[in-house]
Every structure is written in C-alpha cells, then in structure tokens.
Design a protein around this ligand. Structure first.
Ligand code: NDP
Length: 369
C-alpha cells in the first residue's frame, strides 16, 4: 500500500502553535496527522496531548529520540527564530522532513546548512509562508503579473503590530527584531509581486523596544528601475497593508498579511475602482496539506530553502544598511520558482482555541501574524 499520511511532530507549543498550527490538523486530515508534540513545559505537554489526543509528547532533551522513534515523518518547527537551524538540521539528519516557521533562520550560513542537511538526507524542507497558499495574496500576484495594472513599478507597504516587552520578538537571544518578525512579510510580498530580487537596499531604524529597534523604514531597488518601500514597527496600533502601482492602475490590499481576518483588495484601473473581500480562512492547514503532498509525491515545495534564504539575505542587508547609514548592494540571486494561483488551498476558518501558558505577542488575547 502506498503511504498516504504524513505524521507530524509539532515542536514548540507557543502562541502560534497553539492558536493556529495544532487546530489546523483538523482541516488537514486528508494527508496529515498530529503524531507528537515537543515542549519544555510539562503542563503544556500534558494538557495539549490530552486536548488533541496526541499519541506522544516529548521534552526538548528527548527531541532526538522523538526523531528516531519511527513515529514521525515530519516536524513543524514553531520555535523562536534562533532555534530554527539547529532543530531543522537535526530533523533532516534523522531523515525527518522539515516544515519550518518563518524566518527560515538568522543568517545565510544557517540557511545553507539547513538546505544542505535536507539535500544530503533526501528530505523535503519548506518555510511556512502561509500567504503562498492564500487567495487574496495569490490573486494580487496574478493581477500584477497579468498586466491589468500595466507594468508594476512601485510597491509600498506598512506593517505594524504591537508587541509587549519580554516577547521573543524583542529579545536579541531569541532572534528578535522588526524585520525578522513582520518586515519579512513586506519583503516577501514585494519579491512575489515584482517576480524579481532586489539589487540594492537602504534602511533607517527608530526607537527601542526592549533589546531591538521599535520601527524600521526600508527601500529596495529592483531591476528595471522599480522601487519597493515599507515601514514595519512594533510600536503603534495594527496596520497591515500594501499597494502595488503599475503604469495603468494600482492594487491596494488592506488588510494584507493577517491570518485572523478577511483580506481586502481595492483595484483601480484607469480610474475605475473595484473592491473585493476574501473570506477569512484557515491559512495553516493549507501549508500542512501542501507540504504533505510534496513529501508523498516527491515534489519540491515552492516556499523552499531558496525562498527562505532570499528573504534572510535581504533582512541582513537591510540591518547592515541601517547600521552604516549607507545603501547596501545585493549580489545577483536567482529564484527559480515563484508562487502562483495554482497553489491556492481553501480550508474553513478555525475557532480560536483556549491556550495553555502562551501569550499573544501583543499581550493577552491579541492576534499576530
Ligand atoms: P512564542 O514565544 O509564543 O512561542 C515560542 C515557543 O518556543 C515557546 O512557547 C516555547 O514552547 C518554545 N521555546 C523553546 N525554547 C525557547 C526559548 N529559549 N525561548 C522562548 N521560547 C522557547 O512564539 P510564537 O509562537 O509567536 O512564534 C514562534 C515562531 O513562529 C517564530 O519563528 C515566529 O516567527 C513564527 N510565527 C509565524 C507566524 C505566521 O503567521 N506564520 C505567526 C507567529 C509566529 P514550549 O513552552 O512548548 O517549550
């Protein structure tokens, strides 16, 4: 009998794991199962295991045993950014496929190590870019590609989300920083919409929140005289929008990056305005469904290690630009594959579950990308 189900261990039971990843398994039954959880918190292990009837629960010092148990085919890494590389490499070396939260890692060398480990072991590695399976984002990309707004020339975006002190996003040792957490969405959107890679970037930071910058404004120069700019921040009320302007019209998406709200388009072509609302959906089950199919059908995922690296190298260049006060040139980078509408997967929204010892980045009860 050919194998039809991929068994996952979800590693790290923080906010995103509990509000989005664990419940998504209910929407991904076709090819995915929750087989194990890995957590450093015994109360979480006990309560989450019971709630989702998970066959096995492990502590971090039992991670390698979990990988070797023969009970899991893949891991979903929902750990702080500084742990993505180590946990991904160990999984790959054990022959276990890796679905890793964004950002892929904290520098290019870590990304290369993860990709090399996956290649050497013959396992799949995907970075969890949920918007690569979501219709509002994919249609925006299709609109830009189709020529409906003419030739896309300019991208502009604002992504602001409040974060409380002490969160992993504002601590250095856990890989905090505005660009790693939310700026990455703006970068990924600009690259997807222009279907290209920037050649030069500049940035300025402002303010301080715990150990990281509070806000950052960035520009990215793309080939053929196209410009992208964005402001990302932890220091104001929520804004989540972008606009792509072409020679004949423009498309504004607002909200653009959320997983807990309907997303909206406002398309203007030759002065005529059309608005569209995209229903709220589960954006995490599609990642599981897509990744499990990649494993089962031996296909390489589109949000690949290369896609993860493409954003990481830009983030690093932007921080260098902000530190030096000078623009930073980027080496040519070829991205072989781009997201497309064919990747859309629709699943109904999930009800927000009760969480155990986990807090939203913006404080109790909040939502966050
Ligand atoms: P949380 O801080 O809520 O959770 C992180 C979890 O990692 C902790 O609860 C803990 O789980 C575990 N952990 C292990 N070691 C450490 C450590 N040294 N310090 C802190 N936590 C540790 O973060 P989020 O869930 O918000 O984010 C986790 C990852 O998911 C990040 O990479 C983030 O970028 C990404 N993310 C992606 C989103 C998306 O939309 N795709 C949205 C939000 C986050 P335990 O107690 O079980 O051991």
């Amino acid at each position: 009998m050919p194998k039809r189900l991929i068994r996952y261990a979800v590693v790290g039971l923080g906010h995103i794991a509990q509000v989005a990843v664990l419940p998504a398994f209910g929407n991904a039954r076709r090819n995915s199962r929750l087989a194990a959880i890995v957590s450093g918190d015994p109360v979480k292990r006990e309560q989450v295991q019971k709630k989702y009837a998970v066959p096995n629960a492990y502590a971090y010092d039992e991670y390698d045993r979990c990988l070797a148990s023969g009970e899991v085919d893949a891991v979903y890494l929902a750990l702080p950014n500084h742990l993505h590389c180590d946990y991904a490499e160990r999984a790959a070396r054990a022959g276990v496929h890796v679905l890793c939260e964004k950002p892929m890692a904290l520098d290019e060398a870590q990304c290369e190590r993860m990709a090399a480990a996956a290649r050497a072991a013959g396992v799949k590695l995907m970075v969890a870019y949920r918007l690569h399976f979501e219709r509002a984002n994919l249609e925006a990309i299709e609109t830009a590609r189709s020529g409906r707004i003419g030739e896309p020339r300019l991208f502009n975006s604002t992504f602001v989300t409040p974060v409380v002190p002490g969160n992993i996003r504002v601590r250095r040792e856990t890989g905090g920083g505005v660009l790693w957490d939310v700026g990455i969405y703006c970068i990924n959107a600009a690259r997807g919409l222009f279907r290209d890679e920037p050649i030069e970037v500049g940035a300025a930071t402002a303010g301080r929140l715990d150990e990281v910058e509070e806000s950052v404004s960035c520009w990215m120069r793309f080939p053929n005289e196209r410009l992208a700019s964005f402001t990302a921040s932890f220091g104001a009320a929520k804004v989540s929008s972008y606009r792509i302007a072409g020679t004949k019209g423009d498309l504004a998406v607002d909200p653009a990056y959320e997983y807990a709200k309907p997303l909206k388009h406002r398309l203007t072509i030759d002065g005529e305005v059309r608005e569209r609302r995209f229903a709220k959906r589960d954006q995490f089950a599609p990642e599981l469904l897509y990744f499990s199919d990649c494993v089962l059908q031996n296909r390489d995922p589109e949000p690949s290690a290369e896609e993860g690296l493409a954003d990481v190298r830009i983030i690093r260049a932007l921080y260098r630009a902000a530190e030096s006060g000078h623009p930073v040139a980027l080496a040519p980078f070829e991205r072989r594959e781009r997201q497309s509408l064919e990747q859309e997967i629709r699943r109904p929204p999930i009800d927000k579950p009760q969480v155990v010892h986990a807090e939203a980045p913006s404080g109790a009860g909040g939502q966050h990308p």
